[in-house]
Design a binder for this molecule. Structure first.
Ligand code: SF4
Ligand code: SF4
Ligand code: SF4
Length: 356
């Protein structure tokens, strides 16, 4: 593969405008092999998945050599109208990150599905609803109430909240509607492949790009990732030791080089799909479950609760009193956010039912 010459600045980074030059569509002569046409979109996203694409470092140059990026709102200024004007299936592969929670994101999901041969659900938010999906314990009214009206850092005497249409002297302003429920991408449109993680690691991204380029993609509907759990990749060994008390990592008297769960810290490793090489455990932090459920598991939170029950010795309650069981469970701070941090919208419980 020929090398593209780019400038590095004093800190060793490629200046922003050079990234843009690299990523802008380039004209190919008829004698050159046609480049792969890519699109990236962010829906309800923190932007971390976009950074993850840049985290592939100098390999971005290889990607730029074989692909042209037609749409990437964070980096290039392609208008929605230009996508609408493309023939159906014109884009070879679209990587879609973020969950779907507004009218605009839903519209883009439908549009990009129509215009793309392959649609990849990229990152935990897109695959399972992710952290934005925790808002499914509330509805739009409750979310707006906390965000715009009743919180300690907001002063809003007029009680102004976003509206889809607002008349101003210059005309009418519009905003996309905000839905009551956060959805994963595949709860909105059909998805061809899944790339899990919050965000996917550079290795996972390059594996997916290589599989696409070499035409070695698994059957449609597959996760592009290994069929193992985070525990399988973790450097700590599990010994089936029972624990008596649940602790948070800072409550450990001393950190021992052994399984965190067996030290009493909730680690989502047994219920989480691997592929990240257990990178949080390398930093002595527990897995919070961003890889989503392990293969063949329907519900990540349910699986973790059952693993925890086994290690706590409360399966069948084994002679424990109700008070003892209640006390153990009370030690779990924020059970929903612990067990369903990334997967509430695609879990069996899915969302809280709110009576108006
Ligand atoms: S998956 Fe993680 S990094 Fe990606 S958009 Fe969601 S929160 Fe951000
Ligand atoms: S539970 Fe956590 S610390 Fe223990 S082996 Fe699994 S991933 Fe490692
Ligand atoms: S260890 Fe867990 S939380 Fe950390 S990156 Fe891997 S799957 Fe995500």
């Amino acid at each position: 593969m020929t090398q593209i010459k780019v400038r590095y600045n004093n800190e060793g980074y490629i200046p922003y405008k050079d990234w843009r030059l690299l990523l802008m569509p380039k004209k190919t002569s008829s004698s050159q092999k046609e480049k792969l046409k890519l699109a990236f979109y962010w829906a309800a996203s923190c932007g971390g998945c976009e950074i993850a694409v840049l985290d592939i470092d100098e390999k971005i140059l290889d990607v730029a050599e074989i692909a042209e990026i037609l749409f990437w709102p964070v980096a290039i200024d392609t208008k929605y109208k230009e996508i609408e004007e493309m023939e159906d299936n014109y884009i070879d592969v679209c990587f879609f990150n973020g969950s779907v929670r507004t009218e605009e994101q839903e519209k883009l999901a439908f549009l990009l599905r129509k215009k793309s041969k392959i649609l990849v659900s990229f990152g935990a938010c897109s695959v399972h609803g992710g952290i934005p999906g925790l808002a499914n314990v509330a509805n739009k009214k409750q979310v707006f109430d906390v965000a715009y009206l009743n919180n300690p850092s907001t002063e809003n005497p007029e009680k102004t909240i976003p509206k889809t249409r607002v008349k101003v002297k210059e005309g009418e302003l519009t905003l996309p509607d905000f839905f009551d429920t956060v959805k994963s991408l595949d709860q909105t449109v059909a998805v061809d492949y899944y790339l899990h993680g919050c965000p996917p690691t550079p290795d996972q991204i390059m594996n997916a790009v290589n599989a696409i380029v070499e035409n070695k993609l698994p059957p449609k509907g597959s996760v592009i990732g290994p069929l193992k759990s985070v525990c399988d990749e973790c450097r700590f060994e599990k010994t089936e030791k029972k624990i008596k008390k649940i602790k948070r990592i800072y409550e450990l008297d001393k950190f021992e080089e052994k399984c965190l769960l067996e030290q009493g810290v909730i680690c989502m490793g047994p219920a989480t799909r691997g592929g990240c090489n257990a990178r949080c455990l390398d930093a002595n932090m527990p897995c919070t479950g961003c890889g989503g459920p392990t293969p063949n598991s329907l519900d990540q939170g349910g699986k973790m609760i059952s693993s925890l029950a086994a290690i706590l010795g409360v399966e069948g309650e084994e002679g424990m009193s109700d008070e003892q069981v209640d006390k153990l469970i009370a030690d779990i701070v924020d059970p929903l956010g612990t067990f369903y941090k990334y997967t509430l919208p695609t879990s069996i419980i899915n969302r809280k039912v709110i009576k108006e």
